[in-house]
Design a binder for this molecule. Structure first.
Ligand SMILES: Nc1ncnc2c1ncn2[C@@H]1O[C@H](COP(=O)(O)OP(=O)(O)OP(=O)(O)O)[C@@H](O)[C@H]1O
Length: 910
């Protein structure tokens, strides 16, 4: 099997086996490392033996190198060629390349262990950072020395980001000053008390209580966490304990020997690992493994300690031109009790206290994080350095993000309180081309931190890791639930004449980045015993890893020259990993070399066979590995050939048939395995779908309830408005009625006044008449009123007449019913009332000739007629018009007696 990386490989793929966990390891070992060929310096092949109870293929996989269980972090660092990646990023002789260092594996197989280490061992990330800072030395610009450094970088950064100095960031994250919280949202901390995992030699205690027990009169190295990290790191702000300590020379630090008990309770400061004015001579660690020369490393200018007799002492903090640098922590040699000795203590937040962001989002108070105590310094790589461009100056910018449920979240910025839900949430970021980066995609809007020293970079890393989503599963108590990305950008610009010019003389920033990826592990819901949210996360993780596997296979099929962009863009993870792995377009100015990648596949030889074999197939295929399938009972080749019967013999035919059967069985078992994997993927998808459907149903219910509530609100509102309108209209109508009554009262008053007025007014005066009275104004006024009254009178008269007619006909009908004979005679004299009518007619026609008395007498008579005809007392009409008129009452009585007496008996009810 060919294991040499091809020119178009996306990754070099290494395999690391994790040691058996004596506590949880229960399964048989199914993975064997093949003995290397004589020409090989290290093992490259493994054989996968399926469990005995199943009939499966024995598969062989090849990798660039296989690290067995006893391989150390340093072995992996050396032999994977991380230094070569860093060299490409530092680019001492040219443009350089971006680098990608990633881990892939089943959950619990050791990815995080490899990348981020443990509380006693550094991971590849910390060692890479150490190598970068160590190599660049004093050429790294510190934002506290160059105040406008971040603005300068910002101007040339394509990711539309916000850049800030590490001192400000760390101050905001770890400060105990509640007023400094502009970077810290509520989601950054926790409401539950921290649990601190103490080192084995010390009893468990609260980290907070450690911080609080700081004797003020003690030597300054026993500093409290209440002092800001920025101060300890030598910011230009008022002197922190470290600065004060260093100003008072090392005597105070050397006398830091304290009674054991006191020291245990108060020592919580961060010891800078091997980052001092003078480097303590350390014994060169030796790698147990024979490492093949990583690509390019053998001929590269990278110098290992074996080639470099002495490691040049760091100039950090020693230059008189850099006063700020002098305020950095003192040499580790001056702090014997706080370096990597038995008294080194390391307090980490356990997974249980690293709440998922979901938990954090629900918190409302502004919390603060607790600064980690001393970080591990082993393995020591002080024997390594990489030459750098002496004419350049550098700035190191760090950013961190995670891909969770296929969305990108910044780990260095605070969650934002949602106006709708009142929860703290991180906003997902976009991976896209920007104005300054049209040819390449970048994660836009990330927070980036400029770190002037390794200490700052490590602290920023710690802060970001605390934000990453982890959860305990059956497979791993600290299982990463997201794909974590840690990006170190090495920005470079040329300084004039090889001198530091600050940002005034420098040209624009260029540079490359090292991206370190700790992928979440694939897992089976059945084994990990995940439910609910964790199960949903696992579904997304598995899905993204499946796409990653397909992309790795694409490497075999098409290589870098023909990227299948459709496949790459299927999920955020593959997009982030591979989009910039290919040469950019035609734009020469924007041209960048494709990134170099190293993939470390981790596997537990005693773990989950199915999941591990799946991962190995994906990754090994990326190395163009063909999978030889050997039947378990197949005899060794030489013994088989020796005993092979002659061709054509029945035995030979039988053996060929047997071989075919074996192959078929192998194929069947392989397909069964695939089927099992797909079945699990299906299960996971199905459970996700069920969750989504349940969510949909609950949303629909909510919508119905919401609609109902809205309808009720609307109805209530409508009724209120209707009532208001009705009241308003009632008021208007009442007002109108009153006005009308007032009007008619006024009219009636006019009539009455006219009646009472002296008779010298000529009521017969016609407006059309040319004859004018002498008192013109009064007369004219009266004339108008008179006309109006006359009109009304006519109306009344007509109405009266009509009613009289009706009355008469009714009476006749009534009389006819009572006495047909009378009625006949009555009917024969229809003009019974004619005298009255003729008289009234006459009065109407001649009222102009009568005087006022005559006119009104006639009017009152008519009213009396109306009363008699049915509009009398009790019908309301006479009441309104005849009130106070004795004449009328009298007449009603009289007429009534006269009329009704004609045709009715005394006992007649009428
Ligand atoms: N090479 C190793 N040497 C010693 N311990 C190891 C090694 N690899 C892993 N472990 C231990 O195994 C456990 C699980 O490892 P780790 O958390 O790194 O797994 P992981 O692959 O990152 O899991 P996940 O994908 O769920 O996050 C840890 O306790 C770790 O210390």
């Amino acid at each position: 099997m060919d294991t040499q990386p091809t020119s178009h490989s996306l990754f070099e793929v290494y395999l690391r086996l994790r040691p058996a966990n004596t506590v949880s390891t229960s399964g048989d070992r199914f993975l064997d490392v093949d003995t290397p060929e004589p020409s090989e310096s290290a093992p490259k092949h493994i054989t996968l033996n399926p469990p005995a109870d199943r009939r499966r293929a024995i598969e062989k996989f090849a990798f660039t190198q296989v690290f067995e269980e006893d391989a150390t972090q340093l072995d992996v660092f050396h032999c994977t060629g991380v230094a070569g990646l860093v060299e490409g990023v530092l680019a001492p002789y040219g443009d350089g390349t971006d680098a990608l260092l990633a881990t892939l594996g089943v959950t619990g197989s050791g990815k995080t262990h490899t990348m981020l280490g443990t509380r006693s061992q550094r991971g590849l990330t910390q060692m890479s950072l150490d190598l970068i800072y160590r190599s660049l030395g004093h050429r790294v610009l510190d934002p506290s020395t160059y105040p406008n450094l971040e603005q300068s970088i910002s101007a040339s950064d394509p990711s539309e980001t916000n850049i800030l100095p590490a001192t400000a960031y760390l101050e905001s994250v770890y400060s105990t000053d509640p007023t400094i919280s502009f970077l810290r949202g509520s989601g950054n901390g926790r409401s539950t008390p921290l649990q601190v995992r103490p080192s084995a030699s010390f009893p468990a205690r609260s980290f907070a209580s450690v911080s609080s027990r700081v004797p003020t009169d003690k030597p300054i190295c026993r500093t409290s966490s209440t002092s800001s990290v920025a101060h300890q790191f030598g910011a230009r702000t008022p002197a922190g304990p470290f600065q004060q300590a260093q100003r008072s020379a090392s005597i105070r630090l050397v006398v830091a020997e304290e009674p054991e008990q006191e020291e245990e309770e108060s020592t919580v400061f961060f010891t800078p690992p091997s980052r001092a004015g003078t480097v303590t001579p350390t014994q060169k660690p030796t790698s147990k493994l024979p490492c093949p020369s990583p690509s390019g490393l053998g001929n590269s200018p990278l110098q290992r300690s074996s080639r470099l007799p002495t490691y040049p002492p760091q100039r950090v903090g020693t230059s008189p031109t850099e006063p700020q640098q002098q305020l950095r922590p003192v040499a580790s040699s001056a702090l014997p009790r706080f370096t990597a000795t038995s008294s080194l203590r390391f307090a980490t937040v356990t997974a249980a206290t690293r709440p998922s962001n979901r938990d954090q989002q629900n918190e409302s108070s502004t919390p603060r994080r607790f600064r980690p105590s001393t970080l591990p310094q082993n393995p020591d790589i002080s024997h390594l350095t990489i030459p750098v461009d002496a004419s350049a100056e550098y700035a190191i910018v760090i950013s961190m993000y995670e891909v969770y449920n296929d969305r990108i979240f910044d780990l260095l910025s605070s969650p934002v309180k949602s106006a709708a839900t009142k929860e703290y949430r991180r906003r997902p970021l976009l991976f896209k081309p920007t104005e300054l980066s049209p040819d390449r995609k970048v994660v836009a809007g990330l927070r980036k931190v400029v770190c002037g020293s390794l200490d700052q970079a490590l602290m920023v890393l710690e802060a970001g890791l605390q934000e990453r989503r982890v959860a305990g599963t059956e497979s791993n108590t600290h299982s990463s639930r997201s794909h974590g990305f840690f990006v170190v950008e090495v920005k470079k610009r040329f300084s004039l004449g090889g001198q530091h010019t600050g940002w005034y003389g420098g040209a624009g920033w260029t540079g490359n980045s090292l991206t370190i990826v700790d992928l979440a592990g694939s897992e089976r819901a059945r084994d990990a015993k995940t439910v609910g949210q964790t199960l949903a996360e696992a579904g997304k993780i598995n899905e993204s890893l499946m796409y990653l596997g397909q992309c790795l296979q694409m490497q075999v099929a098409g290589g870098k020259e023909k990227p299948n962009l459709g496949l790459i863009r299927r999920c955020k993870l593959t997009e982030l990993l591979f989009t910039n792995s290919f040469p950019t377009g035609n734009n020469q100015q924007q041209h960048r070399n494709p990134q170099k990648g190293i993939m470390i596949v981790t596997a537990d030889p005693h773990g989950d066979f199915n999941a591990t074999s799946q991962i190995l197939r994906y990754s090994a295929l990326a190395k163009e590995v063909t999978v030889p399938r050997q039947p378990p009972s197949f005899p060794p080749a030489n013994s088989f050939s020796n005993s092979l019967p002659p061709i054509g013999s029945p035995n030979h035919q039988y053996l060929s048939f047997q071989q075919t059967l074996e192959s078929a069985a192998l194929e069947i078992s392989r397909l069964q395995e695939d089927l099992t994997y797909l079945r699990h993927a299906l299960d996971s998808e199905r459970s996700l779908r069920e969750q989504a459907e349940a969510h949909l149903l609950s949303m629909e219910d909510k919508m119905v309830e919401l609609e109902q509530a809205i309808r009720e609100d609307c109805a209530e509102e409508f009724e209120k408005r209707l009532e208001l309108e009705v009241n308003r209209w009632k008021t208007i109508v009442d007002g109108e009625r009153e006005r009308g009554e007032e009007f008619w009262r006024g009219k009636w008053g006019v009539f009455e006044r006219m009646v009472e007025a002296d008779g010298d007014v000529d009521m017969d005066m016609d407006v059309d008449s040319p004859k004018k009275p002498e008192n013109t104004t009064l007369v004219e006024t009266r004339s108008v009123e008179d006309r109006e009254a006359r009109r009304q009178l006519e109306i009344f008269a007509d109405e009266n007449e009509r009613l009289q007619r009706e009355n008469e006909s009714l009476k006749q009908a009534l009389a006819a019913c009572i006495d047909p004979a009378k009625s006949t005679s009555k009917n024969k004299s229809p003009s019974r009332r004619s005298p009255s009518r003729s008289r009234r007619k006459k009065a109407q026609l001649n009222y102009a000739e009568d005087d006022d008395d005559g006119f009104f007498q006639e009017l009152k008579r008519d009213q009396g007629d109306m009363a008699m005809d049915g509009f009398g007392e009790g019908n309301g009409v006479s009441g309104s018009h005849g009130t106070g008129s004795p004449t009328k009452k009298k007449r009603i009585r009289r007429l009534g007696a006269k009329k009704w007496g004609q045709g009715l008996d005394d006992d007649d009810p009428f």
